[in-house]
Design a protein around this ligand. Structure first.
Ligand code: SF4
Length: 351
């Protein structure tokens, strides 16, 4: 039997996680969706406590569907990559309205779900025979088969998917998927895999070749894209002028500093505070922070004067926090425990 070593190993070594059920039982699809979305690009130690808090707030898709976006983003604060929260919100609205899809294609059609997350819900919570291919599975299968192709490229991905389909063939897909991912996380690690403790060691070609770390081949480095712009700090009477980043922007949905030229009433002053930087995936955002003045008039849509204490309750990026610290305008409070500076600005204000 193909997995006569892997499955018993998993039965002994599987970590107890709040979204996992007893062996042999299907999981809850909502818990599976939330845990998978949270675990993308976030460490498990961070996800576990946040998952439980999230489930207290939004125990079903209906609870999340009925929440306002501000509440959803505030509950997500600190997990980063807020587009995940927005997509989860949209997916919950679709599920609350139409119910859970019953096919893999239907799951794939939910907002924000790619093949991996759809396969997670399908195989772990609905009993579908579909393979899950994440970084752990890529690594384990690349090594077991000593696959020379890079699974992150088109041709390599096709080959790996074919291997992954074959890997689950004739078995409970959910269990094999989970066991393979667990093996990748605990034993077949990117560096120094513990081949001596691995249930697949006898069948593993990379191990036989004495070169497990050679698979998969190293990823070609992605070029860093630098996005640079001047932003203006307009603060007055304990309030700061911010605008909500548009859907098309990298920090979509977060409150950010406005830039000169975005509205005729907004002007830069002579004040210069310097540069602040923030990396998001392969983007580096560089803000050149300067003083600004608002000449009065109606604020454009999506712009707002925020009281300092309000900043602790809305979703701001760490880039904004860095810029306000650089400009030395943040008073004592939840966002910063530093000296209360004299506000250098005194522009006329329109609310
Ligand atoms: S034998 Fe080593 S390289 Fe092969 S799957 Fe196991 S841990 Fe990974």
């Amino acid at each position: 039997m193909k997995h006569s070593s892997l499955i018993p190993w998993f039965a002994t070594h599987r970590r107890p996680l709040p979204w996992r059920t007893e062996r042999g039982l299907l999981r809850d699809p909502w818990q599976t969706l939330v845990s998978e979305v949270m675990s993308q690009q976030t460490r498990l130690e961070v996800v576990v406590p946040r998952f439980s808090l999230w489930m207290e707030l939004f125990p079903t898709p209906r609870h999340l569907a009925d929440a306002r976006e501000e509440e959803v983003l505030a509950a997500w604060a600190g997990l980063g990559y807020y587009s995940r929260a927005r997509n989860l919100h949209k997916a919950s609205q679709a599920i609350a309205r139409f119910g859970w899809p019953t096919t893999f294609e239907g799951l794939l059609a939910l907002p924000g779900l790619g093949p991996y997350t759809a396969a997670a819900i399908g195989s772990l919570a609905m009993g579908m025979q579909v393979p899950m291919v994440d970084g752990n599975v890529q690594r384990v299968l690349s090594r077991v088969h000593a696959m020379g192709l890079d699974p992150r490229t088109g041709q390599g991905a096709v080959r790996l998917l074919s291997l992954a389909k074959d890997w689950i063939q004739g078995h409970d897909a959910g269990e094999v998927n989970e066991a393979t991912m667990e093996l990748g996380a605990l034993v077949c690690k990117p560096r120094n895999p513990s081949c001596g403790e691995c249930p697949l060691a006898e069948a593993c070609r990379a191990c036989a070749q004495g070169n497990p770390e050679g698979f998969p081949p190293p990823r070609a480095r992605k070029e860093v894209v630098v996005i640079r712009c001047q932003v203006l700090v307009v603060a007055h009477s304990g309030r700061i002028l911010l605008r909500k980043a548009r859907e098309s922007e990298l920090l979509a949905g977060l409150w950010i500093l406005p830039s000169e030229g975005e509205d005729p009433s907004l002007l830069a002053t002579e004040e210069r505070f310097g540069l602040v930087r923030h990396s998001i995936t392969h983007h580096k955002v560089v803000w050149d922070v300067a003083g600004g003045i608002w000449r009065g008039g109606a604020l454009p849509e999506g712009w707002r004067w925020h009281a300092w204490e309000e900043l602790a309750t809305v979703v701001v990026s760490s880039l904004l926090r860095k810029a306000l610290e650089r400009a030395r305008v943040l008073p004592e409070g939840p966002l910063r425990a530093k000296k209360n500076n004299t506000n250098p600005f005194d522009p006329p204000m329109e609310t």
